[in-house]
Ligand binder design. Sequence first.
Ligand code: DMJ
Length: 675
Amino acid sequence: MYSGAGAATAAGPPRRDFISVTLGPEEAVGVGGYNNSKAWRRRSCWRKWKQLSRLQRSVILFLFAFLAVCGVISYTSMGEVWKGITNKSLDDQITEQEIPRLKLANPAVLPVPQKADANHGDYPELSLQKPPKLPHVRRGPSNLQIKAPQRDTRLKNRHDTMRAVEELVEADKVEKTEKSIISWRGAVIEPDQSSEPPSSKITEPEKPSSVETEDQKEPVPINERQLAVIEAFRHAWKGYKDFAWGHDELKPLSKSYSEWFGLGLTLIDALDTMWILGLKEEFEEARKWVANDLAFDKNVDVNLFESTIRILGGLLSTYHLSGDSLFLEKAKDIGNRLMPAFKTPSKIPYSDVNIGRGTAHPPRWTSDSTVAEVTSIQLEFRELSRLTGDEKFQKAVDDVMKHVHTLSGKNDGLVPMFINTNSGQFTHLGVYTLGARADSYYEYLLKQWIQGGKKENELLEDYMRAIEGVKKHLLQRSGPKKLTFVGELAHGHFSAKMDHLVCFLPGTLALGAHNGLAADHMKLAESLIETCYQMYAQVETGLSPEIVHFNLHAQKGHKDVEIKPADRHNLLRPETVESLFYMYRFTGDKKYQDWGWEILQNFNRYTRVPTGGYTSINNVQNPSNPEPRDKMESFFLGETLKYMFLLFSDDIDLINLDKYVFNTEAHPLPIWVPA
Ligand code: DMJ
């Protein structure tokens, strides 16, 4: 009696399939003529209905009623399913790139982000809970960070939807930033894409310290004096770029260059200064040179100490500041090439290494090395070990320190200037100075102790003993102004001679005091920095000579500072400015900035070469002719101008001294366990 059939007439337009209830065979579609008028259909149905028995009518009515009830029920639940399907298919079309646009267009009508839902089985907790980690930017205190929704959450209202989209947009932005930009202190560069995986011997490298940087604060605006430093740097850089690009040192008067190692010394020494000063373009140009032109496989003898503090130190600190692995790769390369220096009978390294051939040797005339040189390479090699996971670097330099710690021949902690690479013993005993050949031994005792988290007691012991030795044997006061200075001791005879190099000492003493060492170290630092300033202020050009002799007699009208003809040159050295920086950081006393400002102006007055660059001078006592030497040392950019810039800054986070320790060439390296 009932049959279901789907049919389309041959002649008529195609019709959709449908389900019909056929009540009798004679009226079936296609039998007899085709009369499909509405009136005919209504009349015919009614006649048929009347012909049915009461029971048949009841059954049919019951069936209709039943179907109607089922229809209503299934409509309600299917509506939900359908709604879900519709939303899902819409959402499938939304790409990540479109999210921001959609958000701007009309965030309120965005569908629930079910794409991720579908992929992960649940709501995309990972992407919301853990936005990609930025190297330098924290996204606020943890209590303000994005919280994960409940695992089974479907966003139920508009507010939730909007928030989810905003979070995704934010995460998207963060991810893009991470991929394309590394920013630190205003300088922005593209990260290196070409880093090689570490060699099999090397465990996974430590991250650069910039990655650990805490909440990024608003940068403190640069002041006028800092701008003057930037201008000076640019002027120096112009000379180097125009006449000495890729070479070791600029000769600004002859508009040429000199080579020492042939490794672009000035460029490498200046890298982190450019980063700190925010000189993005200059930095990127120099980076390109490092990437394309810096090669260490050269048949050239380099001085172990100088190449460690300037090249290895410069590359490591630039790696830390920029996060760019290019610099770490180069640091590993030079570090490995310097290692043959330690192959000596005593393990006290030779002074010179041929980095291409892998051979090392002492100077031609002796088998001695300089004490300051073999004990001022530790910060760099220790850091290289930490970064590479290869302990050989640290072991080599730690062995030197341990050995020197046990040596006899010291005088109340003061060390002689030479050490023999065969016997491992001090030589030329009896001469003690804080100047050339011994200076940075003292500096590195303290700084290694700080670098290693203040745990290595032998280093601290040696440092404290040495400062006592300085007080006992080398401190004196001048006659006229009672300036405290550090003289020298030669076979029991005191000499009132003080190298400009000794002016690192007030800064180091202040750093020690800041790290909890004796308070009288700070007092001594204050006295000594005054003396170092007077070494500039009492001279005709306002620039210090290389060496001064202090006047021990209190004659009226006489100066404290006396200068011998052979000592009246100035090499643009950094030590006084370096100490001024520490003193200002730790005391906040503006006089230190003012003193530094005077010095900068005098560098500009007497050493600046109009066509670009600055030059060492031969005579600080002759303002009308300071006798330019035609050489700009790499440390003028690596150290002097960097410390100037930091001195004029009021931002203690611009190389925070509780997080970084400067090597002796002013390259900041991270403190392993920051205070
Ligand atoms: C730099 O190379 C270093 O500061 C080193 O410790 C001493 N000499 C020069 C700067 O004067």
